[in-house]
Design a protein around this ligand. Sequence first.
Ligand SMILES: Nc1ncnc2c1ncn2[C@@H]1O[C@H](COP(=O)(O)OP(=O)(O)OP(=O)(O)O)[C@@H](O)[C@H]1O
Ligand SMILES: [Mg+2]
Length: 274
Amino acid sequence: MDSSRFRPFSSADAVACRRVGKTWAEGTVRAHEALRDIDLDIAPGEFVVLLGPSGCGKSTLLYLVAGLEAQTDGLIASFGDPVEKPSPDRSLIFQETSLFPWLTVWQNVSFGLSIRGAPEAERRAVATEALARVGLSAAIDKRPDELSGGMRQRVAVARALAMRPKVLLMDEPFAALDVQTRAKMQDFLLDVWRDSGASVLFVTHHIDEAVALADRVVVFTARPGRIKSILPIGLPRPRDPFSPEAEALRRQLTAELKAEVDRAFAEQEALATA
Ligand SMILES: Nc1ncnc2c1ncn2[C@@H]1O[C@H](COP(=O)(O)OP(=O)(O)OP(=O)(O)O)[C@@H](O)[C@H]1O
Ligand SMILES: [Mg+2]
């Protein structure tokens, strides 16, 4: 691919998006533009949160960076190499929990290694370590339906970590959890993130979650999703959610998002009545 027409990127960028666009079903009557002109660099070890109205293309961007779908415009690179297919360096945790109910916890966690043909002893050892990192050693031989929702999400995180990814892509991983469990999972994720050194690209609808977690928050416009603004969150960790600085950032993000959410609703209503 000729990448010279894009703003330069380097092998030091964990993820580099250059004028990335995605039109689903391009060239058909069902063509549907989800993303336009996304320009974004993510540094190694950086925690970036994506915030935007429903349907603005956040999940789509994660699929593109994961290499599960191809962009229809622009370029995506990870550590200097174009993203063209999935790689164990980039793990995606889906919006819905996606554990296999018929496998035990450790078999779920080591599933990626079984695809590679790793022997059982190695897979169990990797799963044991990953489960210890998410505080679920005791659940190693259980099945997903024996776990709570929060525990299942921790297994999903362990499965992603088992591949030792350089980039962790997380699509609203804690959306289904109650507020207290979500706060615990955020703390736990920050610990895991610090130890792993991975870059994180994290999608959420929750402004408080964005301010609690991010180094930078990227606010998207309504569909087709474009970058509306990028807000650095310079607060030291551990963060006090009740500090005046955190409150001011939440206010700013709420204002940024409101206009776009109103626009997205109006558009979806117009489509529904057309
Ligand atoms: N596989 C697909 N085929 C066709 N259109 C799709 C597909 N996946 C998503 N879309 C469309 O692309 C747009 C962006 O969807 P996407 O799932 O990325 O949004 P999102 O920002 O993640 O929304 P939410 O916050 O509700 O999860 C939507 O209009 C959606 O209908
Ligand atoms: Mg989504």
